[in-house]
Design a protein. Structure first.
Length: 225
């Protein structure tokens, strides 16, 4: 069963977290007052729950952004695309082929998902997603997978990191395309280089802050690159 655990209202952008699917994956819906559109990040499962929130806030999804394409982050993709034909699916180029294999990968774990539709566009380091006056900067943060990305909002001081980094932990690196050295480098270079007060929104678990993880995370210490 999904849970909407919190709504955050920053100075510019609001976001809602939904905890979805059998692996309790975090899906984020980003929106603001000035735009009639929204951005959905990692539609994990239970599309009807995501659609209910979109209807409640009266925001049409402009794009879906996949931080990576593991099955527990894309389970609602097909139903969302069917519901919103004009919505664009965006991911990193190195995740494009991996997306095609995820329904089979899910079956290996005893989980069934619908065959995901192909991506509509590719995004990479340096790209910017605009939502009204708000900007989300795309960061290339490999390690959990070869094409993992993060989304940085400098104005509201948060970063969505997918399965790169968790509260007190890091993402697995034993799946295809994973690398401990890369995930460590991504965390130190792209996340720990931010100010300590930046909020980290992960693919699983609770939010945390950069300063907390630099000090307390047992897997990657607070050195920056």
């Amino acid at each position: 069963m999904s849970r909407c655990s919190y709504i955050e209202r920053g100075k510019y952008m609001e976001y809602r977290r939904l905890i979805l699917g059998p692996l309790d994956t975090n899906c984020y819906i980003l929106y603001n007052e000035k735009s009639a559109e929204s951005i959905v990040v990692d539609p994990a499962a239970e599309a009807e729950k995501i659609i209910d929130v979109l209807n409640e806030i009266r925001k049409t999804p402009k794009v879906v952004v996949l931080t990576h394409t593991h099955f527990d982050h894309i389970g609602a993709l097909k139903d969302l695309k069917d519901a919103y034909k004009d919505m664009k699916i965006l991911l990193h180029p190195l995740e494009k082929d991996m997306l095609k294999s995820q329904s089979g990968f899910a079956r290996f774990f005893g989980i069934k998902i619908k065959e995901p539709p192909p991506a509509d566009g590719l995004i990479d380091e340096g790209d910017v997603l605009q939502l009204g006056d708000d900007r989300l900067e795309v960061l290339y943060t490999p390690g959990h997978s070869s094409g993992s990305i993060s989304l940085l909002n400098k104005n509201d001081r948060f970063i969505i990191v997918g399965d790169l980094l968790f509260q007190g932990s890091i993402g697995r690196t034993d799946f295809p395309g994973g690398s401990f050295e890369e995930i460590k480098r991504s965390i130190q270079k792209k996340v720990y280089s931010l100010s300590d007060d930046f909020i980290i929104l992960s693919g699983h678990g609770e939010k945390t802050r950069v300063g907390v993880e630099k000090k307390e995370n047992p897997f990657v210490r607070g050195e920056t690159i």
